[in-house]
Design a binder for this molecule. Structure first.
Ligand SMILES: [Zn+2]
Length: 396
C-alpha cells in the first residue's frame, strides 16, 4: 500500500487530470453524478491467453485506430516480443493495446471474468493486463474479498465507502503510473465479476460516489480485520508522519469475533530461519522479550537474545519477518520454554484505521455507516465525488 499523502497544493491539479474532457462534459448534464474509471492490474506475465464472452474491438492506443474486431468468444494469446506487444493475425504494437468488449460481454483471463475494458501494456519484458473499469463496478468485486456481503447493511456500506475512498486516493497518487491499484493485498483484493454478490452491489449503489475527506482531501482509508481493543497511530506502524484521522481510537467492539484472540506456538529454530531469510543473522535463539509501546498494548520492540548477541526489531518488523498470518498482530505476550516460543495475542492486522470486526459489531448495535466511519477515521466528512469536483471548479 502506498502511504504517502498527496500535497494539498497539487491535489486539485491531480483531480483535474483524472477527469477527462468527455467526463467533464457529462458531469454538467448528469444531475450531480460523476463517473470515474479505475485501472487495476489483474495479471502480469510474458504472454497470456485472453478470451471474451462476446464480441470485442481491439484498439491501438498510440495510433488511436482499430486493430481488429473479434468475433464471439475468439481467444488469442498476447505476447511480449522485441518491439512491443504481439497480437496474432494483427501484428506487433509498440504502445498499449485496448480491448473493448461489445455490449455486456466480459473479458476472461484464466479463471476470472471482468467487466469493463482491458488495457494491455508492455513493461520490461512482460505484459501488464490492466482492467479499466468503472469505479463503482470495480467495488462490486472488492467487498466480498474483504468481508462477508451478508454482514449488516451499514457495515457493508461502511466497507464500500472505505474501499472507494482508498481507490480514489490511489488514483490520485498513481496517475503517472501505468495503473492505479493492484488486485492483491498490495492494494485491496479485487476478484472481478465472480466475486460480486447482491449484498456488495446493494451497498455500493446505496453509497454511490461517496468518499471520506479530511479538510477537503480524500483520506488514506486504511483498514484491517480486528484491532484487538484499540486502533493504532499510523506513525507507529508505517513510520509516516502523524495523520490526524489515522490516530488510535478505543474500540470496545468486535470482541466476540474469532480474530479477537490468537495463540501461536513456533519453534525457536523456525524463528531463527525466518529471521535469516529476511537478512537478520542470529546465532541460536535463547530468549524473546517483547516491550510494549508506552501508550498502547502493542509491541514497540522485541529483543531477541541469541548465542552471538542481541537483535532488536520493531513489532512490525518482527511480524513481517515471521509472516502476517503467523504473528497476527503486534499485541502479544511471548514466553520461551523448551525450544518453543508461545505467543498469545489479540487482533488481526496492522491495526490502523477501520477495524472490520468492530464495524460489523457497531452495525449490529444500530450505528449507521457514517457513525462507524467517523468513529474509526476521526474528524472526517462524507462527501460525494461530485461535491469534491464542484469545489475544485470542474463542474457546476
Ligand atoms: Zn476493533
Amino acid at each position: 500500500m502506498s502511504k504517502r499523502l498527496p500535497c494539498l497544493a497539487i491535489f486539485f491539479i491531480m483531480v483535474a487530470a483524472i477527469v477527462s474532457a468527455e467526463q467533464t462534459q457529462n458531469l454538467n448534464n448528469n444531475k450531480g453524478e460523476i463517473t470515474l474509471r479505475v485501472r487495476v492490474l489483474v495479471k502480469e506475465a510474458p504472454s497470456f491467453p485472453i478470451t471474451t464472452t462476446g464480441d470485442y474491438w481491439l484498439y491501438d492506443e498510440i495510433k488511436g485506430e482499430e486493430i481488429l474486431y473479434g468475433g464471439n468468444s475468439f481467444s488469442f494469446v498476447t505476447e511480449s516480443v522485441p518491439g512491443g506487444i504481439k497480437i496474432p493475425f494483427a501484428g506487433v504494437f509498440s504502445g498499449s493495446v485496448r480491448l473493448i468488449p461489445v455490449g455486456k460481454a466480459k473479458v476472461r483471463i484464466g479463471n476470472q471474468l471482468y467487466r469493463g475494458e482491458l488495457l494491455i501494456t508492455k513493461q520490461d519484458n512482460h505484459l501488464l493486463l490492466i482492467n479499466f473499469i468503472d469505479l463503482e463496478e470495480y467495488l462490486y468485486g472488492v467487498i466480498r474479498k474483504e468481508i462477508s456481503p451478508n454482514w449488516p447493511v451499514d457495515a457493508v456500506k461502511a466497507q464500500a465507502v472505505a474501499a472507494r475512498t482508498y481507490a480514489f486516493y490511489q488514483m490520485i497518487v498513481n496517475q503517472a503510473q501505468p495503473y492505479d491499484l493492484d488486485a492483491t493485498t498490495k492494494s485491496q483484493v479485487y476478484g472481478g465479476y465472480k466475486s460480486e454478490a447482491p449484498g456488495s452491489i446493494n451497498a455500493v449503489e446505496k453509497t454511490k460516489g461517496e468518499v471520506l475527506t479530511f479538510r477537503g482531501e480524500p483520506v488514506l482509508a486504511l483498514f484491517h480485520s480486528n484491532c484487538g481493543g484499540a486502533t493504532e497511530d499510523v506513525k507507529n506502524v508505517f513510520g509516516n508522519d502523524d495523520i490526524p484521522y489515522l490516530r488510535s481510537v478505543p474500540c470496545q467492539y468486535g470482541r466476540k469475533s474469532k480474530h479477537y484472540r490468537w495463540e501461536q506456538t513456533i519453534a525457536l529454530d523456525k524463528i531463527s530461519t525466518a529471521l535469516s531469510n529476511r537478512g537478520y543473522q542470529t546465532g541460536r535463539l535463547r530468549e524473546l522479550t517483547a516491550v510494549k509501546n508506552r501508550h498502547s498494548d502493542r509491541i514497540g520492540k522485541i529483543n531477541i537474545i541469541h548465542s552471538r548477541g542481541r537483535l532488536t526489531l520493531t513489532g512490525t518488523e518482527f511480524r513481517k519477518a515471521l509472516g502476517y498470518n503467523l504473528i497476527k498482530s503486534t499485541i502479544f505476550n511471548v514466553k520461551v520454554k523448551n525450544g518453543q516460543a508461545y505467543f498469545s495475542g489479540r487482533g488481526w492486522g496492522h491495526g490502523v484505521g477501520l477495524c472490520q470486526d468492530g464495524m460489523r459489531d457497531m452495525a449490529e448495535r444500530g450505528f449507521s455507516y457514517i457513525q462507524i466511519l467517523q468513529h474509526y477515521y476521526q474528524g472526517t466528512s462524507l462527501e460525494t465525488l461530485y461535491e469534491i469536483y464542484r469545489r475544485a471548479g470542474f463542474v457546476n
